[in-house]
Design a protein around this ligand. Structure first.
Ligand code: ZN
Length: 306
């Protein structure tokens, strides 16, 4: 059952109390049940205020345990509007914007929340792309195109994949890669594209061994067709991402956080045809209650667990 508020008014009515927010999380977590973190039993007694008591070992846990809300000192009544705001913005979600909308005293809190939410946008182990997939890499964060395979200074290499759905585009995936070597590209493709998919690339040698890695591979060659767009979908995704980065972050990126932005962009793009924004809110909530709490981002730096 998808359970998503459709308008701001619905949202505000629905989540008008801390209890209402907690109840929403209780409902959302119910399919998997709430397990005792101590003895793993599923027999938990619901108590008041979103708390549960283990029927076996008497351990007490909260509906917030194991979610991004775990250990938060701020009310859900602040988190929920943050998530509503983030999912309702088409572009420019900045920490400053979030801070203003929520009236948060601290910019740092807004910044940390935004990064937690970006991480929640990409569920670990999510499905890989399949069918026919266009793959290409592009440099992000510089003015001039860099020399391929040599790690252009000040730029970050991003590999992109886009499913081919007739003349249209299916889902996309984006991630940072260290370089354009076969080792880097193949590892990235393996992680994001189902084996036996048909992968379309240009003639770059980094893609030369895809067949040996279990993919069908079609090299789209530039046959004197100067300026022709050989991989139109994935090139469009790359262009849209760059434009989005310019609008959102003025083009400035720190490589250590680029993956968060790639995830946010992917989340929005893959749901671009959602009928209403509440669906994005619902999806983000689902993913937010289904993760381990994140360590402090300032000390953690770039998450290595992607
Ligand atoms: Zn227990």
């Amino acid at each position: 059952m998808e359970d998503d508020p459709r308008t701001l008014m619905e949202f505000e009515q629905r989540f008008s109390s801390e209890e209402a927010c907690r109840e929403y999380l209780v409902q959302l977590r119910r399919p998997e049940g709430i397990r005792c973190p101590e003895c793993e039993t599923e027999k938990m007694w619901a108590m008041s205020r979103g708390l549960y008591l283990c029927a076996r070992c008497r351990y007490q846990t909260s509906v917030l345990a194991g979610t991004i809300f775990q250990d938060t000192k701020k009310p859900l009544q602040l988190w929920f509007p943050a998530m509503w705001y983030v999912t309702n913005q088409k572009n420019r979600v900045s920490a400053l914007g979030l801070q203003r909308v929520l009236g948060l005293g601290s910019y740092r809190t807004a910044w940390e929340w935004l990064h937690k939410l970006r991480r929640a946008m990409v569920r670990p182990g999510r499905e890989r792309l399949s069918g026919t997939v266009e793959v290409d890499e592009t440099y992000v964060g510089g003015q001039e195109p860099g020399q391929r395979g040599r790690g252009a200074f000040g730029k970050v290499l991003v590999i992109a994949g886009a499913e081919v759905r007739d003349s249209r585009m299916g889902r996309i995936r984006l991630r940072q890669v260290a370089d354009a070597s076969a080792v880097s590209l193949e590892a990235a493709i393996k992680e994001r594209v189902e084996p036996a998919s048909l992968v379309r690339t240009d003639g770059w040698r980094g893609y030369g061994a895809l067949k040996e890695k279990g993919y069908r591979h079609k090299v789209i060659r530039d046959e004197g067709n100067v300026g022709g767009n050989l991989l139109p979908r994935v090139n469009r995704v790359a262009a849209l991402f760059k434009r989005w980065m310019l609008g959102t972050h003025q083009g400035r990126i720190s490589p250590s956080y680029l993956d968060y932005y790639l995830d946010e962009f992917t989340f929005r793009f893959n749901r671009r045809n959602s009928q209403w924004r509440g669906k994005l809110f619902y999806r983000l909530m689902q993913q937010a209650v289904d993760m381990k709490p994140l360590a402090d981002l300032h000390t953690q730096g770039k998450a290595g667990s992607r």
